[in-house]
Design a protein around this ligand. Structure first.
Ligand code: NOJ
Length: 569
């Protein structure tokens, strides 16, 4: 019997579905599981290997599914376990795998564990969550009485007073998302059992939400004050805590180690450094296969995600260069431009006007041929763009709504805050998938829960499938190249031209094969400072039609607006 390929995820490409906005099969205006199953042909055409499914569990949807009230039941909005089993079967029949979102730093406040925990200080589940009395000497419920001064991810204090017992509980996100106490062994055992239950059901791995927040520094100490607020930065208290590695190793032992088969695990880790990521993803340590870092998501941001700054290609190259070098010998990178928490990549790093197609495809080329596993977020493969909001009524996401409330309360002009949300908010990623030019873009026959971007009349999947120069076709070609070319998967990577303000370039090398990837991140033509020995080499892929036919030294000399090319020698 041949050994299963344990590292299959190294040559895989992952497609993320955010189910609410992917495809609605029953006309209620909200995407669902049967809608996903009905659209698997899209994934198959694209050639991806894995579907990462954002949460479909039972949830009050305070944070659109990242607040789970039952880990082993599906939300009726999305369908039934039978629908789910059919989706898994249909994926496996097509040779694809399914990775579930695992949200175990916190639950919903409606989860039975939390309902029990909050019911009394002596309840056996009391310690499953973080409970603390008010700060000594301060009246509970008054400002400043919170046990620590931490500000949460969504512009609020991280503690809420629960009147039932007069104590505060910890929540790094909304008050409806209480943090589980991983230091309590029964919590970990319950989570591992639940993970095994999903694996028994046929899933192929997990994407682990904010997994570096599960271990907290036990003393829960105040953090340094944050300018302009009364709150403090609790990062050192709640992130990358002292038992993170122990818990990840224990999870590996308890859930994966003795199970026949192969899995993929990827941990979302805000604020992770290259060094920590190398430890966590070093196969010898048996923690996770890869992590999501956020460094490239900060190159165009100031103090927070809504503080938008101009983007300088040199910083982006610096980030990618450090991560490629840092995980070259041990560990593994995940590669992404977008997900359900980020604005659309082409609107953010590219040009969603005149050079929409060229820049969406240049971004794809620049990312996909790096060493690591690429992730494609629904609609990215079509070059979907940000949608524009004109009033607070258009905003659906709790992060943006809280940010608006906190900023306006602090005296900022509402129009200015709305403009920041328009550009940087998560709703940009969450407009319905654009399948075709019909009224609701083929997403639903009902009323979509969130308006479809009006540009779906021309920007849609149906328009792109047969067009060889479309964004979809370039993504497909990149995925196909990864599958057939071991250099893309295993080759070493060297970033070039770190100081060039407009050209993104790197080489990949494996044995005798070398690839040169070049992309112009600007609308103006750029001279290419490369030795002409590359010039007569075949172009494996390019985003300008016909580029492969005109492969002469002359063509290497310059790159047109947002042009990207891949040479081989
Ligand atoms: C990260 C998820 O990607 C995001 O959507 C969510 O709001 C937070 N974690 C909290 O679960």
């Amino acid at each position: 019997m041949t050994e299963p390929d344990r590292d299959w995820w190294r040559s895989a490409v992952v497609f993320q579905v955010w189910p609410r906005s992917f495809c609605d099969s029953d006309g209620d205006g909200i995407g669902d599981i049967n809608g996903i199953t009905a659209r698997l042909e899209h994934l198959e055409r694209l050639g991806v290997d894995v579907l990462w499914l954002s949460p479909i569990y039972r949830s009050p949807h305070r944070d659109f599914g990242y607040d789970i009230s039952d880990y082993q039941a599906l939300d009726p909005l999305f369908g039934t376990l039978d629908d789910f089993d059919r989706l898994v079967g249909a994926l496996h029949d097509r040779g694809m795998k399914l990775v579930m979102d695992l949200v175990v730093n916190h639950t919903s406040d409606q989860h039975s564990w939390f309902l029990e925990s909050r019911s009394s200080v002596t309840n056996p589940k009391r310690d499953w969550y973080w409970w603390r009395p008010a700060r000594p000497g301060v009246e509970p419920g008054t400002p400043g009485a919170e046990p620590t001064n931490w500000r949460g991810f969504f512009s609020q204090p991280t503690w809420t007073l629960d009147p039932t017992t007069g104590e505060y509980y910890l929540h790094l996100f909304t008050p409806e998302q209480p943090d589980l106490n991983w230091d309590y062994p029964e919590v970990r055992a319950a989570i591992y059992e639940m993970m095994r239950w999903w694996l028994d059901r046929g899933v192929d791995g997990f994407r682990m939400d904010v997994i570096n927040l599960i271990s907290k520094a036990p003393e829960l100490a105040d953090g340094p004050p944050i300018a302009g607020t009364v709150l403090g930065d609790g990062w050192d208290g709640y992130a990358n805590g002292p038992r993170l590695h122990d818990y990840l190793q224990e999870m590996h032992r308890e859930v994966f180690a003795d199970r026949p088969g192969t899995w993929m695990t990827v941990g979302e880790m805000p604020g992770v450094t290259v060094d920590l990521a190398r430890e966590v993803t070093d196969p010898a340590r048996r923690e996770l296969d890869m992590v999501f870092h956020f460094e490239h998501m900060s190159v165009d941001r100031g103090v927070d995600r809504f503080d938008v700054r101009p983007f300088d290609l040199r910083s982006l190259k610096d980030v990618f260069g450090r991560w490629q070098a840092g995980l070259a010998d041990a560990g593994w990178n995940s590669l992404y431009w977008s997900n359900h928490d980020q604005p659309r990549a082409v609107s953010r790093f590219g040009d969603d006007g005149r050079y929409w197609r060229e820049s969406a495809t240049a971004l794809a080329v620049a990312l996909h041929l790096l060493r690591g596993t690429p992730y494609v977020y629904q609609g990215e493969e079509l070059g979907m763009t940000n949608h524009h909001i004109t009033s607070l009524d258009d905003v659906r996401d709790v992060e943006s709504l809280n940010y608006y409330a906190a900023s306006v309360a602090a005296g900022r002009a509402p129009s200015e805050v709305l403009a920041a949300i328009d550009e940087a908010g998560r709703d940009n990623a969450r407009t319905p998938m654009q399948w075709d030019a019909s009224e609701h873009a083929g997403f639903t026959c009902g009323t979509p829960w969130m308006p479809v971007n009006p540009n779906h009349v021309w920007l849609n999947a149906t328009n792109q499938y047969e067009d060889p120069s479309s964004v979809f076709s370039i993504y497909r070609a990149l995925i196909e190249l990864r599958h057939r070319c071991p250099t893309v998967v295993h080759g070493t990577c060297e970033m070039l031209l770190p100081d060039h303000p407009h050209i993104y370039a790197y080489t990949r090398r494996l044995e005798t094969q070398e690839l040169l990837v070049v992309a112009n991140f600007s609308a103006t033509e750029q001279a290419l400072p490369f030795d002409t020995s590359w010039a007569l080499r075949p172009i494996v892929l390019g985003n300008y039609c016909g580029v492969s036919e005109s492969n002469s030294g002359e063509r290497l000399a310059t790159l047109r607006s947002w042009e990207a090319r891949v040479y081989e020698r």
